[in-house]
Every structure is written in structure tokens, then in C-alpha cells.
Design a binder for this molecule. Structure first.
Ligand code: ATP
Ligand code: MG
Length: 461
């Protein structure tokens, strides 16, 4: 493997040979010399290549090089007299590996993010999406390092499942039946007993129920995998396929859960700031002014804690004219969440103890009988970033809740069985990985922080 641009730029001093292979970001051909900025994606900056007329292919090839061409350059690393870069590579040879046509869509001008989504196969070569992908990678690594350092075991939850964890019915069906003529039962309904799995199956909306199985044996586990929601939400914060991080801890209550969530978010932010300073400087300057200050503030200050009831009081007293009315019992909408995090406390908040009627069956019912030990972590700009709870570990209460919500106990027999055998208090949360990347980078639309966004009406690439 050749040295990456990142490694070359990190050399202590100029001098010595170097080789760079990558794609030309910009080419400037002035009289008697060509300047190529070559990027290999290893870091935000490219390496400046200087090509002089002595090169045998100078006139025939080098002069033709334009944006997007793939090149392989060898030369001498020298201090750069030019502004904006420390080193330049004085080329001894410039080989052309791949040309682009005149229709190469990434010219040196600003492209809208909407346009770039239509060329998702090329957009990683732009400054912004390249930076997003490196930050995303650093955040992903930080997810694992956080849990691994604390002794959590990664549990690989299934992608195909028969249970609807959120009970919201927003699942994608997995089937091999012929849609034109599926086998039918006597009443004319589709007979899924004849389907591939011998029953109805779906893409998972959450690995939580399986993570609970893991926690009931290994104590502290986490999942990190893709999850799917067939909800028709055309918002800047929803994807049909997104990555979720779900820790689950045995012998843990809601307080312990909230502490973990706070430590976790701070760890991920710190790791990104440390590993991607150049990318983050770019986001701070070009995407969201001040995002670095916001993140420094988040890392340094304790998260606010509020109960849902207190949050409702604050919203009612705010004098704001919200689109959705605020009243005890109704779910908080994104405008409410953003008001609380962005304007009221100006940093992340953990809101706890939501009304039980708006939350799924598996959350621990409080003694008041009307609220559950749920928590949402809200951050400025993005709103909800984490949803979690202490789980209901008492068999009778859980059965009653399932009945209330019209869920079949047969479908969840194994989940109930866990409550019969060594059931312990436990808690966990789900964090939408893309929302974290959005928060950290300041990118406005969630479709631009995942390489290949899946949203209603679109699954290209
Ligand atoms: P929201 O109210 O924003 O739709 P939710 O209450 O449906 O979120 P949960 O079911 O609690 O979310 O999922 C846990 C986390 O997964 C959320 O806090 C969020 O960060 C993320 N998440 C949920 N739905 C999506 C989605 N469609 N796209 C991206 N991330 C999501
Ligand atoms: Mg939702």
C-alpha cells in the first residue's frame, strides 16, 4: 500500500520521495506548469502536485487532466511556497489511470445537496460528503470503543423478524410469495403459512427485544445495525433505513440508563473532534457556523433532566404559539422538543416519565399507574436523538399492558418467558446513529449523512 495523503501531510518535514494515487479535485494549467490537487479521501485536504514541462507526457497528457481524473503521481515532497498548503509533490512522473468525460457532473462550483443525492455514486468525492463519511466512520468506531471499554458485549440482532417491537405496524414485509397469485386461505386472505418462513416476517424496526435476551445472560450488551421503518415521513430527520445503537443493561434502572446515554454521547462527540479536526473545521465554517462551540459546550456541561410533566408545564408557560397543542397526555412534537433543547436550556435534555398511553408496551409502569419509566434525549437542532426506558420486568404488569394494547401473547411468548425465569430490572435505549452524525456535523438533512439514503419513493444505488 502506498502512503495515504493523510500520512504524507503528517510527515514531520519535506524531503524524500512520495507517491499519491487519487482523484484530481482541481487542475490549473498555467504557462509552463500544471497544478493538480489530488485527493484520495484519507483526509479533508488533497496533496498539491506540481507538474513541470520536463515530464515526457506533459503536453500529450498532463495538460489535458481535469477535475475527476484518476492519477498516479510519484515525485519529491517539498515545502510549498504557495499559500494554503504545507507541502507540494514535485512530480517525476504523472500516470493517468482513468479519465472523465466532459459530462463529469462534479465541476468546481457549489452543487446543491438535492442535486448530489441524484449522483450518490459520485458525491463522496465532494468536500462535504467526504467529510461526512469520515466523521461517520469516526463516530461508528467511537460507538464500539465506548461499549467495549466498558465491557459490553456486542449482540448481533436479526434483520428479519416476526415481532413488531414498537407495536406501531410500520414494518416492511419480507416475503417470497408471488405478489400476482399468493396462496390464499379459505376466507381469501393470503396464507403466510406457505411463505418462506412459514409465517409472516418483516424487517426489524429495533433490535431491542433481542438485546433484552442478551442482557438477561451477559448483563451488558449492545447492538449496532440497520433498522427499518415503513413510515411515510418525508422529514429532514427520518429515513426508511437507518442505523441504530441499542445498549441494554441488566440490574439497571432509568437513572443508570440516562447516565449511560449522557456519557455515550459525550464520548462520541469527543472522539470525532479528536479524530477529524479538519473535517470539523470545515463543518464549522461552511455548514453550521458555531457547531464547534455547541459541541464543546455539550461535552463540558451536564445534561438537563426534566420529567415529562415538568416539560409540559414549561411549554405551557412559554407563551409560544405551537402548531401542535401542548397538553398532558399528548406526545411531544419536534417543535416542542426543539424549543426545550434549543431555547429553554440550550443544551441536551433528558425528559423522563412519559404518559403510558403514548409509549410501547414494554416500558416499566410507574406507581402512579399513568406514566412509564421512559426517557428521550433531546438535543438542539435535531430534537429527539435517543429514546429509551427501564423495561417492565414484572410478568403480570407486562401481560396486562399487552392486553391493553391488543398484542397477542403468543407472538411474544419468548419475551414473556424471560419474565418467568430470573427476571431482573433492566433498561436500555435506542440511538439513531444518523441523528448523531447530523448533530455533530450540523448537516440539515439526514439524507446527506448516510451514504445511500432510503426514503419513501427512492431506493436508487
Ligand atoms: P421520532 O419521534 O423522531 O420519529 P421515534 O420515537 O419513532 O422517533 P424510537 O422508536 O424511539 O424513535 O427510535 C429510537 C431512535 O431512533 C430515535 O430516538 C431516533 O434517534 C432514531 N430514529 C427513529 N426513527 C427514525 C427514522 N425514521 N430515521 C432515522 N432515525 C430514526
Ligand atoms: Mg418515529
Amino acid at each position: 500500500m502506498t502512503e495515504s495523503v493523510r500520512e504524507i501531510l503528517a510527515r514531520p518535514a519535506a524531503g524524500g520521495g512520495a507517491r499519491v494515487r487519487g482523484w484530481v479535485k482541481t487542475a490549473r494549467h498555467s504557462k509552463g506548469v500544471s497544478f493538480l490537487e489530488v485527493s484520495d479521501g484519507s483526509c479533508f485536504d488533497g496533496l498539491q502536485v506540481v507538474a513541470a514541462p520536463e515530464l515526457p507526457n506533459f503536453e500529450s497528457e498532463v495538460r489535458r487532466i481535469g477535475t475527476g481524473w484518476a492519477v498516479d503521481v510519484e515525485g519529491e515532497l517539498a515545502d510549498s511556497p504557495g499559500k494554503g498548503q504545507r507541502f507540494e509533490l514535485q512530480a517525476r512522473s504523472v500516470a493517468i489511470v482513468g479519465e472523465t468525460g466532459a459530462d463529469y457532473p462534479l465541476q468546481k462550483k457549489r452543487h446543491s445537496f438535492e442535486f448530489l443525492r441524484d449522483i450518490a455514486h459520485l458525491r463522496p468525492r465532494t468536500n462535504t460528503i467526504g467529510a461526512v463519511l469520515r466523521v461517520r466512520n469516526a463516530a461508528s468506531h467511537a460507538v464500539h470503543s465506548f461499549f467495549q471499554e466498558r465491557g459490553f458485549v456486542q449482540l448481533h440482532a436479526p434483520v428479519i423478524t416476526a415481532s413488531d417491537c414498537e407495536g406501531a405496524g410500520e414494518m416492511f414485509r419480507v416475503t417470497t410469495l408471488d405478489p400476482a397469485s399468493p396462496p390464499r386461505g379459505e376466507g381469501g386472505e393470503v396464507d403466510y403459512a406457505q411463505d418462506f418462513f412459514g409465517r409472516e416476517a418483516f424487517l426489524t424496526v429495533s433490535g431491542q427485544l433481542e438485546a433484552e435476551i442478551g442482557a438477561a445472560a451477559l448483563s451488558n450488551v449492545y447492538t449496532f445495525g440497520p433498522t427499518f421503518r415503513a413510515e411515510n415521513s418525508n422529514t429532514s430527520r427520518h429515513l426508511s433505513e437507518f442505523w441504530m445503537v441499542e445498549p441494554e443493561m441488566a440490574f439497571c434502572d432509568l437513572e443508570g440508563n440516562a447516565e449511560l446515554a449522557e456519557a455515550f454521547l459525550k464520548h462520541v462527540i469527543r472522539a470525532v473532534l479528536e479524530r477529524c479536526p479538519d473535517d470539523m473545521a470545515f463543518f464549522n465554517e461552511r455548514i453550521e457556523k458555531g457547531v464547534l462551540d455547541t459541541l464543546a459546550h455539550v461535552v463540558d456541561s451536564p445534561f438537563e433532566r426534566l420529567s415529562y410533566s415538568e416539560a409540559v408545564e414549561i411549554l405551557e408557560a412559554s407563551g409560544r404559539d405551537f402548531d401542535f397543542p401542548v397538553k398532558w397526555g399528548a406526545d411531544l412534537q419536534s417543535e416542542h422538543e426543539r424549543f426545550l433543547a434549543e431555547e429553554h436550556v440550550k443544551r441536551p435534555i433528558v425528559v423522563t416519565d412519559y404518559p403510558k398511553n403514548i409509549k410501547p408496551f414494554y416500558m416499566y409502569v410507574n406507581d402512579d399507574g399513568r406514566s412509564v419509566r421512559a426517557m428521550d434525549v433531546l438535543v438542539p437542532k435535531v430534537g429527539e436523538i435517543i429514546g429509551g426506558s427501564q423495561r417492565e420486568h414484572r410478568l403480570e404488569v407486562l401481560e396486562a399492558r399487552m392486553q391493553e394494547q391488543g398484542l397477542s401473547q403468543d407472538d411474544y411468548w419468548w419475551y414473556l418467558d424471560l419474565r418467568r425465569h430470573g427476571s431482573v430490572p433492566h433498561a436500555g435505549f435506542g440511538l439513531g446513529f444518523e441523528r448523531v452524525v447530523q448533530f455533530v456535523t450540523g448537516m440539515a438533512n439526514i439524507r446527506d449523512v448516510i451514504p445511500f439514503p432510503r426514503v419513501p419513493g427512492s431506493a436508487e444505488f
